[in-house]
Design a binder for this molecule. Sequence first.
Ligand code: FES
Ligand code: FES
Length: 172
Amino acid sequence: MQISMSVNGNEVTRDIEPRVLLVHFIREELGLTGTHWGCDTSNCGTCVVLMDGQPVKSCTVLAAMADGHEIRTVEGLASNGALDPVQQGFMEEHGLQCGFCTPGMMLTARALLDKNPHPDDGEIRQAISGQICRCTGYATIVRSVQWAANHPVSSAATGDAADPSEAEEVTA
Ligand code: FES
Ligand code: FES
């Protein structure tokens, strides 16, 4: 069957088998491997992408169900060479270690902030409650999202780059 959808603002059309999951379509057909594939049982949330602005676990969505919809993956977060504030927040507040959960966490955070620009910690924890991080712990992830809420325009976008002397190596 033929499907078409917008992925990170680009129209894509492909012939696929009807049984193909969205996560495999994104990773293998489109080569966007920033969307991770973990449990394949709807538990870990590492496969989260945005469909029409809503976080969905792409291992539970058939690619055919995305026909005609707008998909946003982690590769679509930065724009014009500037990090999304959520991406910068994860860097500033050390919201990742291995980085496996990070694309899904950041997309869920982006969807939350688009709906609720000033969430409290409980609202952030509720938003990410369907996603598992096995190594960072959630405190710094919550702080990362709060950083983004407090910096709605990335400092990279304004040219107000962080003090390099404060930078730490990110090894994800
Ligand atoms: S791979 Fe989709 S929820 Fe784990
Ligand atoms: S940063 Fe390793 S699982 Fe979250």
